[in-house]
Design a protein around this ligand. Structure first.
Ligand SMILES: Cc1cc2nc3c(=O)[nH]c(=O)nc-3n(C[C@H](O)[C@H](O)[C@H](O)COP(=O)(O)OP(=O)(O)OC[C@H]3O[C@@H](n4cnc5c(N)ncnc54)[C@H](O)[C@@H]3O)c2cc1C
Length: 337
């Protein structure tokens, strides 16, 4: 706990859902919080890429809400008009045959007008420095300092929250930090994502499709999600195995492979392609289930958060950020907002 009631200072590396939620809760409890993100805008894997008049949710597609606290956040997002229920339809697709929704009975939501609206609304008036890639984090007698190229060190911070995928967190810490060794064993799997615009709507492709194929795992009619234009824009996600094996393949070749996989899965020709872009998510989804405890080093003022802590996905990221903030509040005797 801080002596002499000085305001707790917290540096957060990573402005995805986990980092933003930790920042919101810590600030609400009276801490001075600064978030740093290497992206042009916060959100991380909850992202919307614009391409002229078109937009694609190339990372997270939708989310569900089982946790009560997260469900409360979803209600708030509805009030703000930044989410809608996405009713799909959701089906499986295998060799030309559509099947039932494999996970029926759950409500699925998406950001409106794009997934990135969620992070934008969470960032609100938080102090978020975008376009800042932190290169390393070091601690001295005054606290944590964050280093990035061509900029003075930022800090000192009493507490450092690393809200980046584990492999990236390890790269920021000195090798002898105990937490770095703990995080080094946690891997996320990659995902290659293609953003495709057809010249006209393919006949059968509607909603979200869980593809049963060695190369393609998912295809969605992105332009048909709530609040979109209905344009023939689609997002294709490769399987983890295909993504791992072909991560560095040339963009044109990857686009062609994924479109061929879609045509094979659909069992019918696709309309002509107007454009095809690609995004390589190196750390897309956790492989393992939730961790038993929040990864932290209390003595060093160091905590790691992210979807990998709480079972993956947007909901897990939110819950890990919230739980980390709760732990820090308890440790420093901060009020519960
Ligand atoms: C292809 C794909 C599909 C998905 N589908 C779904 C889905 O349908 N439903 C669902 O619920 N979830 C889905 N997910 C998972 C979901 O997106 C994640 O669980 C969640 O967004 C993770 O949030 P996070 O805050 O833990 O991490 P991230 O979103 O990865 O945030 C980390 C942040 O750290 C920043 N950063 C990293 N290194 C640095 C650095 N050195 N300096 C500064 N900033 C840095 C990054 O820019 C990023 O903004 C999907 C993810 C992918 C990639």
């Amino acid at each position: 706990m801080l002596r002499n009631c000085r305001q707790l200072t917290v540096g957060i590396v990573g402005g995805g859902i986990a980092g933003l939620q930790a920042a919101r809760d810590l600030r609400a409890a009276g801490a001075a919080v600064r978030v740093f993100d290497k992206g042009r805008a916060p959100g991380g894997r909850v992202a919307t890429r614009r391409d002229g008049a078109w937009a694609f949710d190339h990372g997270a597609q939708f989310f569900t809400a089982r946790d009560r606290g997260f469900a409360g956040q979803v209600v708030e997002w509805f009030r703000l008009g930044v989410v809608a229920e996405w009713t799909g339809p959701f089906r499986t697709l295998q060799r030309g045959v559509f099947g039932d929704d494999p996970r029926s009975g759950q409500e699925r939501y998406c950001g409106v007008p794009g997934m990135s609206a969620l992070a934008r609304s969470m960032a609100g008036d938080l102090e978020v420095a975008s376009d800042v890639r932190i290169g390393s984090a070091v601690r001295d007698g005054r606290g944590w300092w964050l280093r990035s190229e061509h900029a003075p060190d930022r800090g000192p911070f009493d507490e450092l929250v690393l809200a980046v995928p584990p492999a990236q967190a390890v790269g920021l810490l000195p090798a002898d930090e105990a937490l770095a060794r703990e995080l080094a064993g946690i891997a996320l799997q990659p995902c290659l994502a293609a953003m495709v615009r057809f010249e006209r709507m393919p006949d059968a492709l509607r909603g979200g499709m869980f593809v049963v194929d060695d190369e393609l795992a998912w295809v969605s009619h992105d332009g048909g999600k709530p609040g979109r234009s209905g344009a023939p824009t689609f997002v294709l996600h490769a399987t983890p195995e295909f993504s791992r094996r072909h991560f560095e393949l040339a963009t044109d070749d990857l686009g062609a492979r994924l479109l061929a996989a879609l045509q094979r899965s659909l069992g019918a020709p696709l309309p002509p392609v107007a454009s095809c872009a690609l995004h390589r998510w190196r750390d897309a989804l956790p492989i393992a289930g939730p961790s038993a405890a929040l990864p932290c080093d209390v003595g060093r003022g160091l905590t790691a958060v992210g979807d990998f802590v709480a079972g993956g996905r947007i909901e897990g990221a939110f819950c890990s950020g919230r739980d980390a903030a709760l732990a820090l509040r308890a440790r420093h005797g901060l009020a519960v907002a």
